[in-house]
Design a protein around this ligand. Sequence first.
Ligand code: HEC
Length: 140
Amino acid sequence: MSRSTHNGVRRLSATRLAAALAFAVAIALVAAGCGDDSVEVTTTAAAGTPIAHGQQLAGESCSSCHGQNFEGVKSLGPALADSHFIQDHTDDEIIAFIKEGRSKDAPDNETGIAMPPYGGNPRLTDDDLADIVLFLRTMQ
Ligand code: HEC
């Protein structure tokens, strides 16, 4: 009896704590919005930066072959982190490469494995590819 009452009290206080936290967060958000505009702008930019967008797209379309952390996957795709290819080519050249891909028996194929055009995702736009390249540059 006293045990279940004790648990009940603990549950209640946990609920209260959650409510109090939610309230505090709400106040903080309002304060940030009203008090200091730069806080709000910074937060918005961080969530939607081109690099963050590129990271998301690369995770969806490229990491299946190039690795979760773009460290490369044996027999699937070379590393894109610490990559001479990325370091030695301009953004436009890298974008052109991604669009074209590389067939298995292309003379310049280095692995004997094919990379499909657009990494197999033809819905990627030029802007998407530019964001992906921006993201890849952060890992060199
Ligand atoms: C189906 C597997 C696959 C997918 C998906 C894929 N790639 Fe590749 N990628 C490869 C292979 C294999 C190579 C190496 C080709 C060769 O040997 O020349 C490669 C090579 C590359 C290279 C040149 C690297 C080097 O060292 O020569 C870049 C840059 C690249 N891929 C970017 C991407 C991007 C960006 C995406 C996503 C939009 C992507 N790839 C999706 C398989 C893939």
